[in-house]
Design a protein around this ligand. Structure first.
Ligand SMILES: [Fe+2]
Ligand SMILES: [Fe+2]
Length: 201
């Protein structure tokens, strides 16, 4: 009995009067008390920024959708329209997360005017691919920050997006590569356009 009770007594004494020996118990106690909702100002700012980047991405794909309609390429236009909606849900997912953590200050920032000028479908898809790659980098930076701050809640939340970026880069790269392959033959993209609507997002 005495042997079983001894470690507890030691821990308790240590808590009342921290010594190097009791530091381990003290840290355990502190960790248990930290809140899942707690978030640093700069981490919060990063998430708000990212939510707005997702809204920008939503507008990019909507612009592409309209541009493809102008060229009477309805398959590409539809793919971009659906993807625009997906990007908006990403923004909402982040804003909802901020609200759940009762973190104040979430806001939709007014967009800088986005100017896109594409000459060909290949250029449009290349633009989208580069935008996806930049977005992946942003998520990687946010993840690095979360890990640096031992913010496990944000870390776990961001994992879905890290994986989603892989899916999106892969999907857009697939379309870009196919578009490049058919662009040399006049009229072939128009044929490819009929299948594009069934491509993954
Ligand atoms: Fe996204
Ligand atoms: Fe995306």
């Amino acid at each position: 009995m005495l042997l079983q009770r001894l470690p507890l007594q030691t821990a308790f004494r240590g808590f009342l009067k921290p010594t190097p020996h009791s530091l381990h118990h003290h840290l355990l106690y502190t960790t248990k008390m930290s809140s899942a909702m707690k978030i640093s100002d700069s981490m919060l700012d990063g998430l708000i920024n990212q939510a707005n980047e997702e809204l920008n991405a939503s507008n990019l794909y909507l612009s592409m959708s309209l541009w493809f309609h102008d060229l009477e390429l309805p398959g590409s236009a539809q793919w971009c329209r659906t993807h625009s909606d997906e990007e908006r849900t990403h923004a909402l997912k982040i804003f909802d997360h901020i609200v759940k953590r009762r973190a104040k200050g979430g806001m939709v920032r007014s967009l800088e005017e986005q100017k896109f000028s594409f000459e060909t479908p290949v250029q449009a898809w290349e633009f989208a691919l580069n935008a996806e790659r930049e977005n992946s980098k942003r998520f990687h930076r946010l993840m690095a920050q979360a890990r640096n701050e031992s913010d496990f809640t944000t870390d776990t939340f961001l994992q879905w997006f890290i994986n989603e970026q892989l899916e999106e880069e892969s999907a857009v790269e697939d379309i870009f590569t196919n578009a490049k392959g058919v662009e040399q033959t006049k009229g072939l993209y128009r044929e490819y356009d009929k299948n594009i609507v069934n491509k993954e997002h």
